[in-house]
Design a protein around this ligand. Structure first.
Ligand code: SAM
Length: 279
């Protein structure tokens, strides 16, 4: 099998290996939560010692559960808006488009899907994966205001971010959120959020791919911190991994913890925390 090297990627770009390996470890479990066979195939296609991407206890489960939560949010949006555009910010080697359209093709017939990431990551994606029907790649940094130029702004849009906004500074988040509401007429933004405390530990979790161990990500205390960055966003709801249906497939210790934390919002926000806004 031919494999591709990724030595040219920056540590920030290589963080895609963390979520990819989370999905691979999940797929190899006896009772997978996400069961993403394509992630296994993609990881095999990369010439990299994946065993160096060590993930902490519970991280593969968290990656799988938040993927499912975001999958549900985008699917619900597409059921309501059959002419939607889906925009995945910092897509890395995420396989969501493939996963969702494979499981239920009908509602996706007229939906266009845009995957946005750095040009090097999009080139890697294009080497490893075939473009799905109505799939479009956008190889540009989110910090470059032209990233929306090729994406229709006049259709209902659901903007997704899985493990991305936490890597941008507060100012950069403000710029990206503004770009979204300036360009797209109407839609939803849904992403996994980090508390300020969790975000402070970002470097500790990502140093396995070369990020500085003291790197601090962007975190929030409350969903309204995001609307303060961009008042054109209206908070809809927050969801916690501890209350997600997948928790019933966890081992006993995690199940008990999930039940405990599900009723304790401050603690639940430190786990898998998905927030949703309308604009
Ligand atoms: C932790 S990975 C998550 C990847 C993917 N969302 C997933 O769940 O597998 C973070 C991704 O964000 C991308 N990213 C970070 N900053 C970015 C920026 N300014 N513009 C575009 N992509 C960015 C990285 O290249 C990387 O692919």
């Amino acid at each position: 099998m031919t494999t591709v090297t990724i030595d040219h990627l920056t540590p920030l770009q290589k963080t895609l290996l963390i979520t990819l390996n989370g999905r691979v470890l999940d797929a190899n479990r006896k009772r997978p939560l996400l069961d993403d066979a394509k992630a296994v195939e993609l990881a095999r296609g990369i010439d990299y010692d994946h065993s160096t991407v060590r993930l902490g206890a519970g991280v593969p489960e968290a990656v799988a559960i938040r993927s499912r939560m975001l999958d549900r949010a985008v699917t619900a949006f597409v059921h309501r808006h059959r002419d939607a555009v889906v925009v995945e910010l910092g897509c890395g080697l995420e396989t969501r488009h493939w996963r969702l359209t494979a499981s239920e093709p009908e509602p996706w017939r007229d939906v266009d899907w845009y995957d946005v990431d750095f040009p090097e990551v999009i080139a890697l994606r294009e080497t490893l994966m075939d473009e799905a029907d109505r799939g479009h790649s956008v190889g540009v940094s989110l910090l470059d205001s032209t990233w929306t130029d090729t994406i229709p702004g006049d259709r209902p849009a659901v903007i997704l971010s899985d493990g991305v906004l936490g890597f941008l500074s507060e100012d950069d988040n403000r710029r990206v959120l503004r770009r979204i509401t300036d360009h797209f007429a109407t839609g939803e933004l849904v992403f996994n959020a980090y508390t300020r405390l969790t975000a402070r530990m970002n470097g500790r979790f990502t140093q396995v791919v070369g990020m500085p161990h003291d790197f601090r990500g962007y975190g929030i205390s409350d969903p309204e911190d995001v609307t303060a960055l961009n008042p054109a966003l209206t908070f809809i709801d927050e969801q916690f991994g501890d209350a997600a249906p997948e928790r019933d497939k966890l081992n006993l210790a995690y199940r008990l913890l999930a039940r405990l934390f599900a009723g304790w919002r401050g603690q639940a926000r430190r786990g898998v925390w998905v927030v949703r806004y309308r604009f």
